[in-house]
Design a protein around this ligand. Sequence first.
Ligand SMILES: Cc1ncc(COP(=O)(O)O)c(C=O)c1O
Length: 392
Amino acid sequence: MTARRMETLVTQFFASLNDRILAMQSRGEEIIRLDIGSPDMPPAQFIIDTLYRAACEPDRHGYQPHAGNLSLRQAWAEMYAREYSVTLDSNREILPLLGSKEGIFHLHQALIDPGDVVLIPDPGYLTYTQATRFAGGDPHYLPLLPEQNYTPDLSNIPVDVLSKAKLLWLNYPNNPTGASISKDFFEQVVEFGLRHRILVCHDAAYSQVVFDGYRAPSILAIREAKETAVEFNTLSKSHNMAGWRVGAILGNETVIKTLYRLKTNVDSGHFLPVMEAAAIAMTQDQTWIERRNQIYEQRRDILVEGLHELGLKPNNPKASLYIWCPVPGGWTSMAFCEALLEKARVSVTPGVVFGAQGEGYVRIAITSSQEQIKQALENMKNSWKNFERNSL
Ligand SMILES: Cc1ncc(COP(=O)(O)O)c(C=O)c1O
């Protein structure tokens, strides 16, 4: 019954982890979840009120245009002008997505043929690989190493790989390493894309989860970027709206037109009240986001300090929802996470899930309350002897 191309797909790690944790919870075990990057706080009340009011209207329940309504696309344009000094044409350079994951997956189905290569960061967001394989393409991994501030070395890609490469994926602020970059890096990337005729896909999912005064740049702010790049963005993390499924692809007009053609055959767009509330979210008061980021920043500080006290050496991210932390000596990332879950009742994500270069690390999300984070650190401290001795 199953199509052969399904052999390229495995059930996503977090789907399996969820099932396992639900089973533990049903046995009465209390698990502190620092694994998945799903914001635990709600969006601002005025956004929810807009959704509610619109949903109460009788004329808001029908199908909507596949490219979303103009006000939503204009809201993306307004946010890009305000936050990143990027000018976008609301009709040609912005296409709403049902969350950015959907667009990321479908882009490969629209652009990649068997034998094409996709350049993918390792460690990196899993969908880049799964979508490439599903389209019959070949992933070529670019290691993200701490000594290069978790940026890929674009000068070191074999010529035969480059000649087959159609897409390059980048993601800053980065999942899972928490790394952030400056605009200079994007200048090099745009030059690389133009020179090799490769579409640069920048995934900016965490661009508004920033700390310590850092501002994450958009690749579209680089001159000529629109010739060779698209950016994916989403309100999932920026506005605590992960369940609302509001994302967009922005930039290169031809690519957007191709993805639009595919999507008119796949989905039928958003619920209009969701579009209205999303537009309000992007264009009205943004001060709550700063306050929300301060809450994340405090959680980060508590976690980083607590992990240091345990003798670990976590990074101290300026952005994203993640702390990237080497595991203690003698452990694989998977075994360490298993032990944390079983002994300390704390769930974090094994780095190896994000690629071979993630071995030796865990990803710890700051999407639980301060109290839960403190409890997680306490639980880890209490069971720490098990980890130091590498005995289970
Ligand atoms: C790097 C990255 N890109 C894209 C996404 C997908 O976000 P969404 O589909 O909610 O817009 C995520 C979600 O965790 C992510 O970490």
